[in-house]
Design a protein around this ligand. Structure first.
Ligand code: C2E
Ligand code: MG
Ligand code: MG
Length: 715
């Protein structure tokens, strides 16, 4: 269609241009203004045609109003501008300017009616459109909602499944601590009764073992200051038992981030904890007696020694006297029962707060007391312990007398370390033992400094033999009948470079423990046999002197015993019957044939075997028949009981009984520890054959014995 300038088509386009310029600024269309103009041009044409139509139908204008909406001129302002534009320019550009006045007036009327219709169409379309949009939105919203619900449902279902099926306890509470939901696992942890858990308040679950931070973390969480925390926590179950848990509590917030609930996840660790406690118990307690062991004792001692100013500690270090004998003679099972009973008694001595008893090993126990007044307390403790041991202990129907030696260390904390304290206690205990046992001694720092520890001795022992630090003293054995020297016992000593002469009680047990006793024992045997041969040569006229040498149990089981002994005798040129090997009673009681075989071989060769320390080992006299023994050496304790005058008639009867039994078994009886003439006389009357003791001579160098023997022989 060509637009002839000034022609109707040109005018229509100019109307459309004005219209588009009017509304374009208020549309929300993506069209450019010329594009909008192209959209409006057909509408302008419809308006123009309606204006000039033979029959007027304003209804077409309704469609034009609706079309505006479709062209995204939805803003009410665009309608207002459209109406203004139509009012001002429609008749002017699209009417008939040459028409008579009444026609022009009619066209103006038509224009305003068209404007009304357009407005109506615009409004209707807009409403419909809005409704449709709303519908679409709400439809979309509904769809979305149901999708969300679906998702929520499935997540809820998933949550439910996890919640109910979880092995871990799950609980939800509000921020005031009211328990809202708990799962089955949590209920089971608490003993299964729902109403005892649900509806309760979290704050009711305090427990004395709660760590200090437990409730601080809780407060921070419910105040929204933290999102989770993890603690180990104990709960009381409704039945009063304790539930231990690994507890994780998380804060649940709503969509806007406001704290809403707390979620607790708890894992039952009661069993694991019990197991740990049991493992810890086993690691810190002695399996036999149930007492705290060395590990726990050191823990406590170290804690005590690290206590604050003004605090003191007292330590009793107890070693049973002669326990080895009991163990050896009655067997380990009986020894164990005895230790259990001793442990029970000790335990009852240290029941006050700050007191403890522990077993360090073997027959060594410690009792510890702490506080501000341990000076008095530790003496009382030692007294209680000595008292507790007074009553004999019944084991397998035998009444065993148990005695102990105690070393006491007492002092202010913070001055010494645990090792030093224990060393001092150990040294002091040894002092009590050397003073005869069955007593307690108080640590003396000066004495400590002079004394050597067992540890120090043990490490020095091997070198000592190589360096020739051992020597032998001899103690004569005397015929009770005529007082002649019948032989001598070899007693080993250690000339320690720092500590002077040490008696065998100090180092023989250590040598036994380290195995050094075998070479040491062989050296003693060699030396003593050589010495005996030397005496014989000097004293050929008075017959052979016999030599007694002590054997340790370890030497008995050593395979070289017989061959070594034979070699030594042969090398020295000493007859086997000039040698007597002393074996302690406890080493032989219960010995099987294998153990006795080497002794039998030696006995068959003519070597005498003496049963040393007889009477201390609770042995069965009837057993003696089995042993390849020729001599009984009655322990010192029998002699000691004869020190008073008149001697206890019961003791006399016992010795008399032993002597007559020994003689009936063809055994000679030697008595040890004869210190007075009265004892010697008494023992002679009782029928003892030979004697040994300070009354005759203390152990001494070989020359002394030689002189003694000569005096005897000549005098
Ligand atoms: P034992 O064989 O019973 O030795 C006797 C102990 O009694 C010796 O102690 C001796 O000095 C002591 N004694 C002697 N007469 C009297 C007295 O009248 N009164 C008192 N109170 N005591 C007296 P010692 O020399 O201390 O020896 C202790 C133990 O050491 C010995 O007891 C023995 O079992 C062991 N022993 C000594 N030398 C050796 C050795 O070379 N090898 C082994 N395996 N053990 C040895
Ligand atoms: Mg002996
Ligand atoms: Mg003895």
């Amino acid at each position: 269609m060509t637009a002839e300038p000034g022609g109707p088509e040109d005018r229509l386009r100019r109307f459309a241009t004005i219209w588009s310029r009017a509304v374009y600024p208020v549309t929300s269309t993506s069209l450019t203004r010329p594009e909008l103009e192209e959209r409006l041009l057909p509408l302008a044409r419809q308006l123009s045609e309606a204006l000039r139509a033979r029959t007027f139908d304003p209804g077409t204008a309704k469609g034009i109003g609706a079309a505006l909406i479709e062209a995204h001129c939805t803003d009410p302002e665009s309608l207002s501008r459209t109406l203004d534009c139509v009012d001002a320019y429609l008749v002017l550009y699209c009417g008939d300017p040459d028409a008579p006045a009444d026609v022009q007036e009619a066209q103006r009327t038509r224009s305003s009616r068209l404007q009304h219709a357009m407005a109506a169409g615009f409004a209707q379309e807009l409403r419909e459109r809005t409704l449709a949009e709303q519908e679409a939105i709400s439809q979309a919203a509904l769809t979305a909602q149901s999708e969300v619900a679906q998702a929520l449902h499935s997540s809820e279902a998933r949550f439910r499944a996890v919640f109910e099926g979880a092995a871990i306890g799950i609980g939800i509470a509000d921020l005031d601590g009211n328990v809202l939901q708990v799962n089955g696992a949590l209920l089971r942890m608490f003993g299964g009764s729902e109403n005892l858990v649900r509806g309760r308040n979290v704050a009711e679950w305090t427990h004395p073992d709660d760590a200090p931070q437990v409730w601080r973390l809780y407060d921070e969480l419910v105040r929204g200051e933290r999102d989770h925390y993890h603690v180990e926590k104990a709960f009381y179950r409704p039945d009063g038992t304790v539930l231990w848990t690994n507890l994780t509590v998380s804060l649940l917030r709503d969509a806007d981030g406001r704290p809403q609930y707390q979620l607790a996840l708890m894992e039952d660790t009661t069993e694991r904890r019990l197991l740990n406690l049991r493992l810890r118990y086993e690691a810190t307690h002695d399996a036999l007696t149930g007492l705290p062991n060395r590990t726990l004792f050191f823990e406590r001692l170290e804690k005590a020694l690290a206590a604050g100013e003004g605090q003191r500690f007292g330590l009793c270090y107890l070693d049973l006297d002669g326990f080895k004998t009991i163990n050896d003679s009655l067997g380990h099972a009986a020894g164990d029962r005895l230790l259990v009973e001793v442990a029970d008694r000790l335990q009852s001595c240290a029941t006050a707060p700050g007191e403890m008893v522990a077993r360090l090993g073997g027959d060594e126990f410690v009792a510890l007391t702490t506080g501000s007044d341990t000076e008095r307390g530790v003496d009382e403790l030692a007294g209680r312990i000595m008292n507790a041991l007074v009553t004999p202990i019944s084991v397998d129907g035998r009444e065993l007398t148990v005695r102990g030696s105690i070393g006491i260390v007492e002092g202010p904390v913070g001055e010494r370390g645990s090792a030093e304290v224990l060393r001092s206690a150990d040294i002091t205990m040894y002092r009590a033992k050397s003073a005869g046992g069955n007593r307690f001694e108080l640590a003396d720092p000066e004495a400590d400094a002079r004394t050597i520890t067992r540890h120090g001795l043990t490490t020095a022992l091997p070198m000592a033999l190589n360096r020739g630090e051992f020597f032998i003293e001899y103690q004569p054995l005397v015929h009770l009948g005529d007082g002649t020297v019948h032989g001598a016992e070899a007693l080993v000593r250690w000339l320690h470079p720092q500590h002077g002469v040490l008696g065998p009680d100090r180092f023989i047990p250590l040598a036994e423990r380290t195995g050094l006793i075998v070479p040491l024992g062989r050296w003693v045997l060699e030396e003593a046999v050589r010495q005996a041969r030397a005496w014989q040569e000097k004293q050929a006229r008075t017959g052979p002197l016999r030599i007694n040498v002590n054997l340790s149990p370890c030497q008995l089981t050593h395979p070289g015993l017989v061959s070594d002994t034979v070699d030594i005798l042969e090398q020295a040129g000493l007859e086997p019957d000039a040698l007597c090997l002393e074996v302690t009673e406890s080493a032989l009681i219960g010995a099987d044939d294998d153990l006795l075989k080497p002794l039998r071989r030696l006995a068959e060769m003519g070597v005498d075997i003496a049963l040393d320390d007889f009477g201390t080992g609770y042995s069965n006299l009837a057993n003696l028949r089995r042993l390849p023994v020729r001599i009984l050496k009655l322990d010192r304790s029998f002699t000691q009981s004869m020190q008073q005058y008149p001697a206890d008639p019961v003791d006399l009867k016992i010795v008399e009984g032993i002597v007559s039994l020994a003689h009936s078994l063809d055994l000679a009886v030697t008595v040890e520890g004869v210190e007075t003439g009265a004892q010697a006389e008494q023992l002679r009357i009782l029928g003892c054959d030979t004697a040994q003791g300070w009354y005759y001579a203390r152990p001494g160098p070989p020359e002394r014995l030689h002189d003694l023997a000569l005096v005897d022989a000549t005098g």
